[in-house]
Design a protein around this ligand. Structure first.
Ligand code: PXG
Ligand code: PLP
Length: 459
């Protein structure tokens, strides 16, 4: 079969030469994720290096990263401890399957992560991403009920405006409309959603958790009445919704969800792909909120984003339910080629060392107040309709431009990059912030000064 590239001739043939500069490089072959490809390729923003809190471009420009990667890199880029651990591991044991044999680093990391988790959480299953963690957690939930003779519990409940990755399971329980729209026919059956907690009328410009809205958790009772609670396997929520614009749970909301799950025998899954490993000043969001889920999904901060890796952390009672059949039989038919990859696990172990040695979670706690104050200094800005924050997660929501939703946010992102040497993240007209857990407060302040100049300059 002739491919388009051949038909179009060598002018657009990728050279494969990684030493070329962005200006020379042909971007045609590169289909970018979650990006407006044609718009991007008109004026590409290509990063080629990083150190600490800064990225560098090929022409040597330094850019301050206001998003710590993609919520990933809390202790900064190219942390020397992680670099060293990865370099050593890749030259010692590059790969080893973890089906029927395993590697020392995966074993050590599981033990380390469980040591930081709430007491009842005793098991760690490795994946390669947040999306895989979510699909793994949903499968564990279904397997758990079936193992206990409650195979009728097949329904999965997510929440509007939830983000649980892009695989079929996570997309189905997720509540981000553009992610679901095109794939609507192939979403999992038997999934329903509780309403989200975002309400500007009651909660605009709240610092931390809103006082209003615990009752929104009662929407789960509505679904239990509709489907019968005995048919529901699990409810999955992000403790603080991240990707859809930092939606903070009202005081008492998560507690109420837990109560309703207990009442109906439903597993509660906290998707902590963003929340875990210090973003909320604790190893896990569950500890910050004092609410115990049955399953926690993680990724991102597990390795500080250095090597892709995720993990699903499971309560002892859930694991025990699987451990009932003949001992020589596989209890959970599930796993990835790269589950527990030794290089990823080595990065994870080094990240955990840094979190301990540098007191990362305490650093994160100390930054909460200055971060909150900087964010809320935008409350009076002409474009801003809400500011919200919890832990080191924050958002500034701007009003959409008449007839052009997302345009203002997109323009702010580009202007920050080109005019202020700042990498900022926008979801439509909401700017999201994920500062480094070990940010320098002065640098953080300067970054917000740049953002203010940009917001002042756009229509
Ligand atoms: N669950 C949650 C809560 C997430 O935040 C995923 C699952 C999926 O993880 P992977 O590793 O498969 O991407 C995520 C990922 C944003 C943004 O702009 C956030 C994510 C992904 C893309 C964009 O906030 N989080
Ligand atoms: N497709 C094929 C043909 C495979 O052989 C495998 C794994 O062996 C997969 C997909 C799944 O890949 P992974 O385990 O990396 O998720």
């Amino acid at each position: 079969m002739l491919c388009r590239r051949t038909l179009r001739g060598p002018a657009v043939k990728p050279t494969g030469d990684s030493e070329m500069s962005a200006a020379q490089r042909n971007l045609d072959a590169y289909w970018m994720p979650f990006t407006a490809n044609r718009d991007f390729k008109k004026k590409p923003r290509v990063i080629s290096g990083a150190s600490g809190h800064y990225y560098t471009t090929e022409d040597g420009t330094r850019l301050y990263d206001t998003f710590s990667g993609l919520w990933t890199s809390g202790i900064g880029h190219c942390h020397p401890k992680i670099v060293e651990a990865v370099q050593k591991q890749v030259a010692t044991l590059d790969y080893c399957m973890t089906f029927q044999v395993t590697n020392d680093k995966a074993v050590a990391l599981a033990d380390r992560v469980i040591g930081m988790a709430p007491e009842e959480i005793t098991q760690c299953f490795f994946t390669n991403s947040g999306s895989e963690s979510v699909d793994t957690a949903l499968k564990i939930a279904l397997g758990y009920h079936r193992a206990r003779g409650e195979g009728n519990r097949t329904r999965l409940i997510g929440r509007e405006r939830g983000y649980h990755g892009v695989n079929f399971g996570g997309m189905s329980v997720g509540g981000m409309v553009p992610n679901r729209k095109v794939f609507s026919a192939a979403l999992l059956p038997g999934v329903d959603h509780i309403r989200h907690t975002h309400d500007l009328e009651h909660n605009a410009f709240t610092r931390g958790q809103p006082e209003w809205g615990a009752h929104l958790a009662d929407d789960l009772e509505r679904l239990c009445a509709l489907h019968d609670g005995s048919n529901i396997a699990a409810v999955i929520v992000e403790p603080v919704a991240g990707s859809t614009g930092v939606l903070v749970p009202p005081v008492g909301y998560l507690e109420r969800l837990r109560e309703i799950c207990d009442k109906h025998g439903i597993l509660l899954i906290f998707d902590e792909v963003i929340a875990a490993f210090g973003r909320l000043a604790r190893p896990f969001g569950a500890q910050r909120f004092g609410v115990m889920p049955d399953i926690i999904t993680t990724a991102k901060g597990l390795t500080n984003g250095v090597v892709p890796m995720g993990a699903v952390l499971v309560r002892d009672s859930v694991y025990d339910a699987f451990m009932q059949g003949p001992e020589n039989m596989i209890e959970l038919f599930h796993g990835y080629t790269y589950s527990g990859h030794p290089v990823a696990a080595a990065a994870g172990l080094a990240a955990m060392d840094v979190y301990d040695e540098e007191g990362t979670f305490d650093q994160s706690a100390a930054l909460e107040q200055p971060f909150e104050d900087l964010l809320h200094s935008f409350a009076e800005h002409k474009h801003v309709i809400d500011v919200r924050n919890f832990g080191l997660m924050g958002a500034i929501e701007m009003a959409p431009r008449e007839g052009a939703p997302g345009a203002r946010g997109g323009e702010a992102h580009k202007k920050c990059f080109w005019d202020e040497n700042l990498v900022v993240r926008n979801g439509m007209d909401t700017l999201q912030f994920s500062p480094f857990l070990n940010s320098d407060p002065d640098e953080m302040q300067r970054s917000f000064e740049g953002i203010r100049r940009v917001l002042d300059s756009i229509e």
